[in-house]
Design a protein. Structure first.
Lengths: 117, 146, 181
């Protein structure tokens, strides 16, 4: 239960950064923290105490039906693509932030909201 | 983009071959050991970024690298879709694996049917795409001028 | 499980540092620390695939952040010293919301199976049939490329869209003559 609560705390820290900070780079960092928290939560759900990573090294045992203890591989398969998607989303947000800096010369969103054109 | 000092250039020249070899190993053995297309592709992109940072580049070279990486990324995507459609055409349904390709003995390198080829396609796509993103974010001038 | 709790504490401390500091390069480095402790936690829960991907992706994230920060500015101009009234009220409001959120979600988390004993109904079939149906010894690879191949196709599409988006946004806008579209 305690690791799950720590993931929720990390999610809340990321949410606080997205809502209340005024610097664009800090907002992108907040989105990154939210993604890490969700990925970690998924991976922690599939943990089995005293089990092995999901790589089959002795195929005879699995075929006979005597399956050894393996960690749940399904959440790992879902998180694997989610990590790379998180990187591409961060890159897209950073490119937007850089373009805004080129035009307005500042990262402060209240200044950007004031200057028009 | 300016290059870096002489020590960094010498060490990069020694390390890049090993980084690319390790990335290729992770991609090709994706069905036997942990790793697969995503990890190997991102590692290959990191090796190319290291070369680009250590030696610097001028605008013409960056433009050529950008065109090459976009061609490689698209070909990786087309290869992945072609593998999936080949399962559709030759056998029952989309992405069908067994019965069409060589399954082979387990724990050998040539086994697993479509999985090593799909790993190579994914590694091409991810690696070239991330290198193109880095060129756009960190290059000296913007990459495309039209 | 002592290492897991220590790593969770390090991760939370680095997250607080990444959000409050004034120097943006320090924030990027603290974000890297969060990512690397997540990667070590992936190793501790027996997920080596995820650990490899998380380490290299975290390295590239810090490189992208540093590339953007070094091309623009590295001081955050919105952090002022001293405690203003509006930030204190906002923090108090967010703490109240956070307390409500946590109390509701603890009720939800008690419905999940205990940490360390997952129900593996679908995964049992994947483990039994994984090797003989696909021929791959790595069950996670067999899942993402054979049993659930559509998810990988969707991920390839998202990555392609992100690359096209970045290269479109950062294009150098050409000068237009007046009257021309």
């Amino acid at each position: 239960m305690i690791p799950y609560i720590a993931c929720v705390l990390l999610f809340l820290i990321g949410l606080y950064v997205v809502i209340s900070k005024r610097n664009l780079i800090k907002i992108v960092i907040g989105f990154s923290l939210i993604e890490y928290a969700v990925n970690l939560f998924f991976a922690l759900v599939g943990f089995k105490k005293g089990a092995l990573p999901p790589i089959v090294t002795q195929p005879e045992q699995v075929r006979m039906g005597v399956a050894r203890h393996f960690v749940d591989p399904l959440p790992q398969a879902l998180v694997l693509t989610a990590i790379v998607i998180g990187l591409s989303t961060t890159a897209l947000m950073l490119s937007l932030a850089m373009r805004l800096y080129e035009k307005y010369k500042t990262f402060d969103i209240s200044e950007i909201r004031k200057l028009k054109g | 983009m300016r290059g870096m000092s002489l020590i960094v250039q010498v060490i990069t020249r020694l390390m890049v071959g090993m980084l690319l070899l390790y990335g290729g190993y992770i991609v090709l053995h994706g069905h036997l050991t942990p790793g697969g297309g995503f990890a190997g592709g991102v590692l290959i992109a990191a090796a190319l970024i290291l070369v680009s940072l250590a030696f610097g580049s001028v605008e013409q070279v960056e433009r050529r690298e950008y065109i090459l990486s976009s061609i490689l990324e698209s070909s990786g995507g087309i290869l992945f879709i072609a593998l999936a459609l080949a399962g559709y055409v030759a056998a029952d349904y989309f992405f069908r694996n067994a019965g069409l390709y060589y399954i082979g003995k387990p724990l050998q390198m040539v086994s697993g049917g479509i999985i090593p080829l799909a790993n190579i396609a994914i590694a091409l796509k991810v690696g070239a795409g991330l290198f193109a993103i880095f060129l756009a974010l960190g290059a000296s001038r913007f990459v495309m001028k039209e | 499980m002592l290492e897991l709790y220590l790593l969770l504490a390090v991760m939370l401390a680095a997250a607080v540092v990444a959000s409050e500091t004034r120097n943006l390069l320090a924030a990027a480095v603290a974000l890297g620390l969060v990512g690397f402790s997540v990667a070590i936690m992936f190793i501790l829960v027996q997920a080596p695939d995820l650990a490899i991907v998380q380490i290299v992706v975290e390295t590239l994230t810090v490189v992208f952040f540093t590339a953007v920060i070094l091309r623009t500015t590295e001081i955050d101009t919105t952090v002022t010293s001293g405690l203003k009234m509006e930030t204190a009220m906002f923090v108090a409001a967010f703490l109240a919301f956070g307390g409500l959120f946590l109390s509701l979600i603890i009720g939800v988390l008690q419905e999940l199976p205990k940490f360390g004993e997952p129900l593996m109904r679908v995964a049992q079939d994947y483990i039994q049939l994984g090797l003989e149906r696909t021929g791959a010894a790595n069950i996670v690879s067999a899942i993402i490329l054979d049993f659930r191949g559509y998810d990988t196709l969707g991920e390839a599409t998202v990555l392609f869209t992100a690359v096209v988006g970045v290269l479109t946004v950062l294009r150098l806008a050409e000068r237009r003559k007046p009257g021309e579209f």
